[in-house]
Design a protein around this ligand. Structure first.
Ligand SMILES: [Zn+2]
Length: 345
């Protein structure tokens, strides 16, 4: 008799970051936006962070928030702590480390002048030995903001190379979630993982789930995000992962996916307009995961890590990884879903 299928782990992850607001490109007229850019208020309620916390909280689902810390070079740690406090107040969510190197340009008080001539680099890949001190700086900021060290690191833009994992190992960070083939294809074949975790220098890399979407001009590689994946395709991917017993399945989203600036230009006091399509997708996902607890265990990195660490390590090859191929009509499904949401009153 076939072994009964067990529930697979699902992690909803939110890259919790403030809005750099084009200020490196337009330093004379633009400035970064802080906590208000996570809240994204429509004038009455928060349609960004508040919407996410209410939707997950309504179904008793936990999530992992990857908190971007280099923005503290512009705002100070207090402004970043406002978002951390709001997440902690909402429930048993998990806080882990996210960092975009581009915020480090704000260390220079004269940044409005100096960024005009700099060649900007927001990638963690290709840093070599300098990944180590930069990572140490990020961990220190995270500890100053949250009161403790992170267990998991997520690189900005999901750009990473094995030098980053070597640095994580040296600094005692046991895990990373910095791979997402739909966003960035790592140079090292060992990091090209669709969804199964792998180990690099002893650090467990748990990728953001990626899949293939067939199209007339060939397949597209996509990450499993709320804004990029139609709900029927997400549901099929979840069904597939359970059938194949593949997990943990990591989903990526951002507060910015659920509301966009109402005016032409975002500002600290500006209003935001809800994105009904993406909000409907997160609501559908949360309701589904709450209903299907016998098949899906919605968990956090902090809660799941020990189990994932104990699972026999994946080899550096691809044999144990597997890829979901979206139905041929996935692109059309997305278009129909968009049209349907726009038509509804
Ligand atoms: Zn980010």
């Amino acid at each position: 008799m076939a072994e009964p299928r067990r529930p697979i782990d699902v992690c909803i992850t939110i890259d919790a970051e403030y809005d750099i607001n084009d200020s490196l490109e337009k330093p004379e007229t633009h400035s970064p936006l802080g906590f208000s850019s996570m809240l994204r208020s429509d004038g009455e309620r928060s349609q960004g962070l508040g919407f996410i916390l209410d939707t997950l909280g309504g179904h008793g689902l936990p999530a992992t928030f990857f908190v971007e810390v280099f923005c503290a070079h512009f705002f100070g740690t207090g402004e970043v702590r406002r978002m951390v406090d709001a997440i902690r107040a909402a429930g048993p969510h998990d806080l882990q480390l996210h960092a975009h190197p581009c915020w480090r340009y704000f260390r220079d008080p004269e940044w409005r002048r100096s960024v005009k001539t700099l060649i900007k680099n927001d990638s963690w890949a290709g840093r070599g030995d300098s990944a180590l001190p930069m990572l140490r700086e990020a961990i220190e900021l995270f500890a100053a903001i949250t009161g403790g060290p992170p267990q998991v690191f997520r690189s900005g833009n999901l750009q990473v190379d094995t030098a980053v994992h070597a640095a994580l190992a040296q600094l005692g960070i046991p895990a990373s979630s910095s791979v997402g083939l739909g966003l960035s294809m790592p140079e090292s074949p060992a990091l090209r993982r669709w969804l199964q975790p792998t180990r690099i220098d002893g650090v467990l890399e748990v990728p953001v789930a990626a899949y293939r979407e067939p199209g007339l001009r060939g397949d597209r590689v996509k990450c499993l995000t709320i804004t990029g994946t139609a709900w029927p395709v997400t549901r099929r991917l979840l069904d597939w992962a359970h059938r194949m017993q593949r997990g943990p399945l990591v989903i990526l989203t951002h507060a910015s996916e659920f509301a966009t600036p109402a005016g032409a230009c975002a500002s600290e006091n500006g209003r935001y307009r809800t994105d009904p399509l993406n909000q409907a997708r997160l609501r559908a996902l949360a309701a589904f995961l709450a209903r299907e607890r016998n098949r899906f265990n919605t968990t956090t990195f902090a809660a799941g890590l020990a189990t994932w660490q104990a699972t026999p390590p994946a080899d550096a090859g691809q044999a144990d990884d597997a890829v979901f191929v979206a139905p041929r009509l996935a692109r059309l499904t997305r278009a129909v879903e968009t049209a349907w949401t726009r038509l509804r009153p």
